[in-house]
Design a protein around this ligand. Sequence first.
Ligand SMILES: Nc1ncnc2c1ncn2[C@@H]1O[C@H](COP(=O)(O)OP(=O)(O)OC[C@H]2O[C@@H]([n+]3cccc(C(=O)O)c3)[C@H](O)[C@@H]2O)[C@@H](O)[C@H]1O
Ligand SMILES: Nc1ncnc2c1ncn2[C@@H]1O[C@H](COP(=O)(O)OP(=O)(O)OP(=O)(O)O)[C@@H](O)[C@H]1O
Ligand SMILES: NC(=O)CC[C@H](N)C(=O)O
Length: 590
Amino acid sequence: MHIVPLRIALAQINVTVGDLDGNAEKIWTAMREAHQAGAHIVCTPELALTGYPPEDLLLKPGFVSANLRRLQWLIERSQELPGLTAVIGYVDRDEDIYNAAAVIGDGRLYGIYHKHYLPNYGVFDEYRYFQAGRAAPLFLINGVHVGITICEDIWYPTGPLTLQAHAGAEVIININGSPYHAGKRHFREQMLATRAADNGLIVAYLNLVGGQDELVFDGGSMVFNEQGRLIARAKQFEEDLLVVDLDVASVFRSRLHDPRRRQERLELRPEEVPVIVVSSEITPPPTLDGCPLLGTGQRIEPALERLAEIYAALVLGTRDYVRKTGFSKAIVGLSGGIDSSLTAVIAADALGPENVLGVSMPSAYSSEGSKTDARQLAENLGIQLITVPIEEIFRTSLRVMAPALGEGDHGLAAENLQARIRGNILMTISNKLGPIVLTTGNKSEMATGYSTLYGDMAGGFAVLKDVPKTLVYELSRYRNSLGERPVIPQAVLEKAPSAELRPGQKDTDSLPPYELLDPILQAYAEEDRSFEEMVAMGFDPALVERVMQLVDRSEYKRRQAPPGVKITPRAFGRDRRLPITNRYRDRPGA
Ligand SMILES: Nc1ncnc2c1ncn2[C@@H]1O[C@H](COP(=O)(O)OP(=O)(O)OC[C@H]2O[C@@H]([n+]3cccc(C(=O)O)c3)[C@H](O)[C@@H]2O)[C@@H](O)[C@H]1O
Ligand SMILES: Nc1ncnc2c1ncn2[C@@H]1O[C@H](COP(=O)(O)OP(=O)(O)OP(=O)(O)O)[C@@H](O)[C@H]1O
Ligand SMILES: NC(=O)CC[C@H](N)C(=O)O
């Protein structure tokens, strides 16, 4: 009879792909803190030891061996933490490799779980690397039957969790590397609550936190009781150690009241779910009095609302890309427009204003407002601003190239030359002073090709690459609402978007208004809707055709763009893989 709670610690840590020593140290620190908090079990995220996703590092046998050596180190050190069982995400190996979780403690490796369901869609490529697991063992820990699963496993209603539940699991630990996109938290919560209630067990869901190239892992680890009720939630977008006392007695009681699983249990083949005994003896957890973790222990952290969540994802994704690739500072071309303003604000929030350098590069076509607004923004943010006028370089470049370009108006070539001069200036400052260049193009521009190759596309990281222009405005207003006074000048929010590459130029000269454009882009580039469907949705057929053409034509440009933070279900990165050389056109009668 279980009357003693099981204390579990969910170590929501920010590890770095390939930093095997750093990750092992971080896991070890989490193990020590969990032990100090009196936890019976501490869990770490999916592939915590290697970082997630390790991609083609997994094709290097030396990398796999090095990860196994770090696991061995953790097993040996676990002797120093008696009574604590740790679940460690790592890469296992026999004649193949597996996305695995080791269950370790008291200097021993008790058992291993291999991920069953390998995601191979969207941004995931796990069939490229891993063999799927088959066994679904249960671990008896402190007298409680605990099943381990890894990320995708729990998204299937009939996955290994069902086997473990039928075999008597009272608690399921699901360790994750689940990337963020707006709206996903709600979907996860519904799915996890359903799994917990349908199987009559406690689900402890631990997610990774941190940025990795284009992905952001949002943390927000959660625990659901056997009724499907949320009983604990960790912070989003931050490291956290969530310590939760699980009322396992309540699982047993509810099974007597709701005996559906009895029938299904009869169909179970016991060899499918071996039970590995870690500790059958029940040791009550200590009271948390006097424990430094008391203030940060069991709790339901409030969930962030939509814009706060997206903004936090952009900040974390930018910070981790910049820092984990070895930079400490960033540089942004400030045009006085909304895109470069929001990019600079995100950079300042991510890295600290002292680490962001703004550069104003006025030309003959720059309005007075573009200069004063850039200055005002820099002042509001507390970032350094330098001015490098481009007029002279522009004129000299055209003069020097005259033999090649000929006489007259050079049109678009001259417009793009200005963007390229600016790109060159930023990259030269980056070479000399070391900051990474943040590009400012938004998703609407990326989709339509409204940006200059080797011009405003030149840089290391594209902060707004997955943020449609209409959302750029929403996020700017949201960020302005946070402080005592707005950081982005009102004039920036109100002026008509313009590339200022020729006199009086407006974005709407080349593109439909963003309020019309963005929903069509979502339907076409994110949802792959057909021409007919979009017309049936009420969009103007001529406009739909034009937008489709712009998107189709600019695939080559996107392929050369820097990476940026994914915040939608379908970003222009690993999520969307279209051929560049491609004659298919989805048009009426195609
Ligand atoms: N399939 C393909 N594969 C590889 N390369 C390909 C290609 N097709 C063209 N190209 C190359 O790409 C070049 C055309 O691309 P690119 O040089 O970028 O120039 P392009 O796309 O022609 O022009 C840039 C557009 O972006 C607008 N813009 C620029 C800067 C900032 C903003 C803003 O508001 O943020 C807007 C600008 O007003 C203009 O409409 C061609 O000359 C050719 O060299
Ligand atoms: N005068 C300028 N000074 C500094 N940087 C500039 C200037 N003009 C353009 N840039 C850089 O080139 C990027 C492309 O800007 P552009 O003005 O062409 O259109 P945009 O996409 O509407 O951006 P924004 O809203 O920031 O103006 C800018 O975001 C900025 O980083
Ligand atoms: N790492 C994984 O298995 C992730 C897949 C999962 N469906 C998610 O995005 O949450």
